[in-house]
Design a protein around this ligand. Structure first.
Ligand code: MN3
Length: 213
């Protein structure tokens, strides 16, 4: 009886090991005033956590329960019957990536190695930020704006709903969440103000450089 209990506990750990809600890389009020603690509290504690809870239930006891988050995303993409798994898994990954794309007192100096690549790809940092803002503002409805590397070139793209560059050959470096839940408490419908505040004050260029290497 004891052995059986231990075995169940071990299976439970294994089944849930890849699907977790990671700790935020900053305190909930660290991004104020650009993003309020209230927004972070709901966004992380309700939305992000909700995707983790949903996915945990969706894959419990199935062949998917042992897969990594990345593998769940790539193996369910474009499979209508697995849409719920894809949406929740991809939203978890996108949010993990989004929190790391931001930091307190971000948006400042860009590491030289990244800046060289930005200059050669966009002409200037200002043009790169303009392209990111445009991708964020032209995403109709919910979705994400991304700085990505495609071959040797940096580019900007956007994705709808839970979609992600992970299902393409493009490698993501940074992301901006443009679902309304990311900004509505602070900016209501003014997505442009949220995007500009984020680009000027919160973008974590060091994280982009890490993803480049
Ligand atoms: Mn979100």
């Amino acid at each position: 009886m004891i052995n059986r209990d231990l075995s169940n506990a071990s299976n439970l750990l294994k089944a849930t090991s890849s699907i977790v809600l990671p700790a935020l890389p900053f305190s909930e009020n660290a991004l104020e005033p650009a993003i309020s603690a209230k927004t972070i509290s709901f966004h992380y504690g309700k939305h992000h956590k909700g995707y983790v809870d949903n996915l945990t239930k969706l894959i419990a006891g199935t062949d998917y329960s042992d897969l990594s988050l990345e593998k769940l995303i790539t193996s369910t993409h474009d499979r209508m019957e697995k849409k719920a798994i894809f949406n929740n898994a991809s939203q978890i990954w996108n949010h993990n990536f989004y929190w790391n794309s931001l930091r307190e007192k971000g948006g400042g100096a860009i590491p030289p190695e990244l800046k060289t690549l930005i200059d050669s790809s966009f002409g200037s940092v200002a043009e790169c930020k303009k392209a990111l803002a445009e991708a964020a503002l032209t995403q109709f409805g919910s979705g994400w704006a991304w700085l990505i590397i495609d071959g040797a070139q940096l580019k900007v793209t956007n994705t709808i709903n839970a979609e992600s560059p992970l299902t393409t050959k493009m490698k993501p470096l940074l992301t901006i969440d443009v679902w309304e839940h990311a900004y509505y408490l602070d900016y209501q419908n003014r997505r442009v103000e949220y995007v500009n505040a984020l680009l000027d004050n919160l973008i974590n260029w060091d994280f982009a450089l890490q993803n480049l290497n």
